[in-house]
Each structure stands twice: as C-alpha cells, then as structure tokens.
Design a protein around this ligand. Structure first.
Ligand code: ZN
Length: 335
C-alpha cells in the first residue's frame, strides 16, 4: 500500500476522536452564541436604539470552532498566538548558535532532511522544557543552556514530523484563553466594598449578585473545554502513545541514551502514582518506562555522517524541574 494512503488510514482514528470532541463542544457553541447575542443586542440598542441586527452579529461565533479546525489544515497564525500567550521571546545570538549546533549534530544521524519547525521562540524559565504547537517550537532558556538540548530537540522533532503539533494546536484553540489578569486588577476587585443599609438594598444586591454569578458561570462555560473534558481519557491515552513514538524518533537520531539521561535527571523525580491512569488525561507515560524503552532502542542509534562534534551550547543550568512534553498544561486542561 502506498505510504500516503497508509498515513491517511492511520490518522483516521485520531481524526474521528477530534470530530467527536468537536461535536461534544456543541453546548459551548450554543452558550457562546447566546452570550454573543446578548452582547450584540446591548451594543446595537446603544448605537441604533434597536436590536434588529443582533442575530446577524452573533452568528459569527462559529468562527471560534473554525479557528480550531483550521489548525489541522494550516499552521497559519497559531505560532504567534501561542508565543504571546506563553510570554515567549526571540532567541539571542548565542541561543541561535546552540540551536543550530544541536540540529547539525542530529543531521549526522540521518540521511533524510530533518523536518524543522517553521519558527521557534524562547521561554525565560530556568527549567529545561520544550514543546511543539502547530509547526512552532518552544525551547526554554534552561534547555538551551543544557547539554541535553540535542536529545530533547530530537524528541520534539519527532512530534513535528507527525500530526502531533497540529492536533495540539487544534485542541488548544477549542478553549478561549483570555489574557492573564494583572495582580492590581485582582486586588482592586477584592477590595470592592459592599455596604448593606436596608432590606430592599440587600435584596437588590443579592439578586444582582446571583445574576452576576450566573453570568460568570456562563462565561466560564463559553470559554470551551466541555467536549475536551468528556473525551479526556481518550486523548490522554493517545498522547501517552505519541510520547513513546517521539522518543523513538529521538533514538533514531542517535539520542536514545542522552534522552534517557535527561529523563533520569530532570523528569524521573517528578513522577508520582496516577490512580486509574486510563481514566485520566495524563499526557505522559511513566518516565521509568520511557527510559526503559529508550535504553532498549540504543541499537537504533547510528552515525551516518563523519565527525564527532559534541554539542554543549553553554554551561549546564541547575538541575531543575520540568519533564519535557507539550506545554499545553498552561493553555489547555489536557494534562
Ligand atoms: Zn513529547
């Protein structure tokens, strides 16, 4: 069977899972439409003293879901948004050099061209961390300073070589992430005084409070994630398998031992028992089992190009937390 056909057939189950997730998001879309209708009615009433065009404006809520589906077709726009959301920055000159040296090292182990990200950015955290979303790669400052950069990069290139990045982006986009609230704004809200003077006033305050509570709940629901919650165990199982596959990609790029070493130093200590893991959205398999498979896969390692460059971009950072993996926990309730 031709390779493109087998690739399409093997991607059908995950495509079906995504379709079911999207279907389960229908109540969210309805609540979004209701809130959009309310907001549009208020706006048109204020501007034109009539709510006639409100329904026409509210119908555009479907664009939110279309934005998610678009991630499966093209990585357009996703990288920029993800970078802004995480607070990423452009890499420095020495960070670019470290990245380029790591890629050169990996190229020595393969005859086929490496599939690189369309863009990458740096997260200013001391922990070694990396993730892929769409066709964009995030590397933490801690990882760029670490001797484990080639190994973790090889793992992330494994995600990039498949549809993992596209599905991560599509699932991320099912949830609307408002900009983080500033500490001052939260403090100001907590200080808002409520003065009770008489029963009528108290009743009004209670009714308004209940209305605001309901509105807040509806807005929270409209952010999305209902379908994701229902399908979480299936996605968890899917992502755990994808981690093993990305590890094997790293092994094929000569990084089996190095990635096992990284996991041993930086991830193993963070593992904890996960009761009924098959019911959870836990995205990563037990680190010890990943190490086990990587050590068994050492035979996959082979140098195909001459040279014995050992890449150490910069002095290694302090041993820190942060097992590698899609950093979707910051934006999506997936893990
Ligand atoms: Zn991963």
């Amino acid at each position: 069977m031709p390779r493109p056909v087998t690739r399409v057939l093997s991607s059908l189950p995950v495509l079906a899972l995504y379709a079911v997730t999207l279907l389960f998001e229908t109540p969210v879309i309805l609540v979004r439409w209701l809130l959009a209708l309310l907001a549009a009615a208020l706006l048109t009433l204020m501007l034109h003293h009539s709510a006639a065009g409100a329904a026409g404006l509210a119908q555009y809520v479907w664009l939110c879901s279309a934005w998610s589906v678009l991630a499966l077709i093209t990585p357009f726009g996703g990288g920029w948004w993800w970078k802004q959301n995480l607070g990423g920055r452009e890499p420095s000159e020495r960070e670019r050099r470290a990245y380029s040296d790591a890629l050169d090292l990996l190229r020595q182990h393969t005859l086929t061209p490496l599939r690189k990200p369309s863009g990458w950015f740096v997260l200013d955290t001391p922990q070694p961390d990396a993730a892929v979303c769409g066709n964009t790669l995030m590397l933490s400052r801690g990882l760029l300073e670490s001797e484990h950069l080639p190994a973790v990069l090889a793992h992330e290139l494994g995600h990039l070589a498949t549809s993992d990045g596209r599905y991560t982006a599509a699932l991320n986009r099912l949830v609307i992430h408002p900009p983080p609230r500033t500490a001052e704004a939260e403090l100001a809200q907590s200080r808002t005084p409520v003065l009770a003077t008489n029963d009528r006033f108290l009743l009004t305050v209670t009714l308004v409070g209940m209305l605001l509570w309901l509105l807040r709940k509806l807005v929270g629901f409209a952010k999305g994630g209902f379908g994701l919650g229902l399908t979480a165990p299936f996605w968890g199982s899917y992502w755990r398998e994808r981690e093993y596959l990305a590890d094997m990609h790293a092994a094929r790029l000569g990084q089996a031992e190095e990635l096992a070493d990284f996991l041993e130093v930086h991830a193993l200590m963070h593992d904890h028992p996960v009761p009924f893991v098959w019911l959870t959205d836990h995205t990563h398999p037990p680190t010890e089992l990943r190490i086990d498979r990587l050590l068994k896969a050492r035979s996959l390692t082979g140098r195909v190009a001459p040279g014995d460059v050992f890449v150490k971009a910069a002095p290694a950072g302090p041993p820190a937390a942060g097992p590698d993996g899609p950093a979707i926990d910051k934006t999506l309730p997936l893990r």
